[in-house]
Design a protein around this ligand. Sequence first.
Ligand code: ASN
Length: 342
Amino acid sequence: MTTQIDRPLSTAMPVPDADILPLPRLHLADPRTRATLRIQQALLAGAREHLRAGGSVEMTHPIIGPVTDPGSRGAKQADIDFYGHHYKLMTSAILYKQASLLTFDRIFLVAPNVRLEPIETSSTRRHLAEFRQIDVEVARATRDEAMDLVEGVIRHAVTKVLAECAEELAALERDTAALQAFVAAPFARIPHGEVVERLRAKGYPQAAGTEIEWQAEELISRDAAAPFFVVGYPKGSRGFYDKESTEDPGTLLNFDLIAPEGCGELCSGSEREFEYAKIITRMRETGENPAKYAWYLDVVRNGIPNSAGFGIGVERLTRWVAGLDSVWQATAFPKLAGVVSP
Ligand code: ASN
């Protein structure tokens, strides 16, 4: 594929130039794009099969709204003028996912997200300014049950790809034996503090009590024998909706799923804060003005079930399963930070 994106990873990243992506007509007609998108189709079909079989209902959610997920780590929100009202493009569907549990106990959606990521992310090989998530929310579920569901969805979807996309995987020279072994193994659940220690042992200067940066995720992802969960991120690293542990205050009942082979994070999720007073407190702690969230707080004040859920990055999952160098290769019309594209 004609690309100049496979530069060595470095923290001093160049500002993207116009030819960081191939011309759209070359990318669209590339047999590798065709094989990749067939694999993505099988992944989405597999995820839908697994979720529907478990009783989840697929919904569609808004693309714009008065407020969006504020917890998108360093990315800016995109504004839109909605007949004189200040609206946002969705950075994630989280607020709608919780609210939708008034309609169904188990829901999912394949949702578009727009996050104006910092310009340096154009060469991380794993960030897009526009991407999709398989977003799931389950009423009365625990974090462990949510992780079981992530595991089930990924195992089923990857198994479907292995069964149905042999030609495409061969065209992309994907090591299918490795993929098979990755999804046959159980996905370990490793506490955040232990991951910090492992990183330090490898010489990476990871601070305790903070988010694990993408460079560090990539490092621990490289020698993983299977996808694995990092559980219990410190409060302050995520949005107000990730529930704080009552036994271990300061720790969130959340998780990330890290892919093997250096691909890094595929999915994040959590048990949710669902009580009005706690949500208000967490909003204030994270610097959010509750007045902006009027519709959501009205829903919460009148009662929503406790729940857990997650979002799996569609392009990241595709990149890993197809064995691609970069996440932009997993979409027909990639949007990288700062790069002008269709
Ligand atoms: N999708 C994530 C979740 O459900 C939220 C996010 O993308 N920030 O927890």
